[in-house]
Design a protein around this ligand. Structure first.
Ligand SMILES: Cc1ncc(COP(=O)(O)O)c(C=O)c1O
Length: 391
């Protein structure tokens, strides 16, 4: 491999949230951090070089939007997904969660119903609640180790909802939705006058053999009835740059959203935001492919390790991204005891599955975007705790 993903980088003294939050959240610092979704790999060198070069100019003044910002996005979406978008369809948003919150504020009103499919990335329902909209939870199902939508339930629960927030691919669980599933969602949402917000932040990390399909591309109904949130931040390990974008093909929805963003200048990026995205999207896919190959190796290692030595912990193999949902229900621990087992027993900091909704009880989410040596150490610590509890 051209890039060294085995390198262990000391993230101390860099204000890394992954480390700084250990003590406040779990009360101890001696934990291997495998929670928040960033990678312990170096950000691609061409992104770092771009930022360094900009600093060399010596003045961090106001920035304009570089001409090729939208061009780099248009090319990327076309090349990867065959999705043809134009400059006017794009709006800058600092973060994806911020973008979702702005869209809720711009396109819905207080008291409106918003549906999510738990277990799901928790800010979807937290920002909805904090913005005084009502959340409708329509739980997913886990069948033979695979996450599925129960469309009878979906059809029933969506009634009266103004918005459905889709996680495409899904987090946690890493499910890449099929064309048929997305078409069905588009059809049902259209019938019910429900707009779809599609969060596609994990899309670029879809593993070979699976195919990410942008929701807006599955049908005319999907295209005219959706708002898509994307960013190079996850796939290129630059979430600290807060640089995302929103794609809206429907002119009416777009104007309403843009008006809202412009009113408070929420669509103004900082000096590194635009050049970071251009750098990520304009330097080929070699880094991304090698990173995914390395992460696949980590996922294989984790799955094999669990099946051979800790069979009561069952990882769900993700179709995309480096977040692995661990089904720990056979350990027969209540949720606080399960968290203690990982934290005080194994000295690991993972996401407690129940934060993603009550359907996540009995699960933990593990971030495996780390050097193999770190994963090996983490799993041996987990095994020690496992043996203590299970003999
Ligand atoms: C599905 C999903 N959306 C959004 C985010 C966060 O995006 P941002 O940091 O741009 O708000 C994450 C981070 O884990 C995520 O998994």
């Amino acid at each position: 491999m051209k890039y060294n993903f085995d390198e262990v980088i000391d993230r101390r003294n860099s204000d890394a949230l992954k480390l700084e939050a250990l003590k406040p959240r779990w009360g101890r610092e001696d934990l291997i951090p495998m929670w928040v979704a960033d990678m312990d790999f170096r950000t691609p060198p061409y992104i770092i070089d771009t930022i360094r070069k900009r600093c060399d100019n010596g003045i961090l003044g106001y920035t304009s939007v570089p001409e090729n910002w939208s061009g780099s996005i248009i090319n990327w979406l076309n090349m990867r997904y065959g999705w043809c978008v134009s400059t006017e369809m794009l709006t800058f948003s600092p973060g994806i969660v911020q973008g979702l919150a702005y869209a809720l504020q711009a396109l819905t009103k207080e008291g409106d119903k918003v549906m999510v499919l738990p277990p799901v990335y928790h800010p979807f329902f937290l920002i909805t609640q904090k913005n005084n909209r009502n959340v409708v939870f329509s739980p997913l199902e886990l069948k033979d180790g695979k996450i599925e939508i129960d469309f009878d339930k979906f059809r029933n629960d969506i009634k009266g909802c103004k918005v459905f927030i889709l996680c495409n691919p899904h987090n946690p669980g890493g499910r890449v939705w099929s064309k048929e599933e997305l078409e069905m969602i588009a059809e049902i949402c259209h019938e019910n006058g429900t707009m779809v917000f599609s969060d596609e932040i994990h899309a670029d990390m879809t593993f070979p053999g699976r195919r990410h399909i942008p929701f807006a591309t599955v049908s005319e109904k999907a295209k005219m009835n959706s708002v898509t949130f994307m960013s190079p931040s996850k796939a290129f390990n630059m979430p600290g740059l807060t640089s995302s974008y929103v794609v809206i093909e429907n002119e009416k929805i777009r104007e309403q959203f843009k008006r809202y963003m412009e009113a408070s200048e929420l669509d103004l990026g900082h000096v590194f935001a635009f050049i970071g995205t251009i750098a990520a999207y304009s330097n080929g896919t070699e880094w991304l492919e090698q990173m995914l190959e390395y992460v696949t190796g980590n996922i294989d290692y984790l799955i094999e390790y669990c099946s051979e030595r800790m069979p009561k912990i069952k990882p769900i193999r993700p179709d995309a991204s480096y977040l692995v949902f661990l089904d720990c229900r056979e350990l027969e621990l209540d949720q606080p005891s399960l968290v203690d087992f990982f934290v005080d027993g194994a000295h690991l900091a993972l996401n407690d599955g129940s934060i993603f909704g009550k359907e996540g009880r009995g699960f933990m989410r593990m971030n495996v975007a780390c050097p193999r040596s770190v994963l090996v150490k983490a799993l041996s610590q987990l095994e020690e705790a496992y043996v203590r509890v299970n003999g």
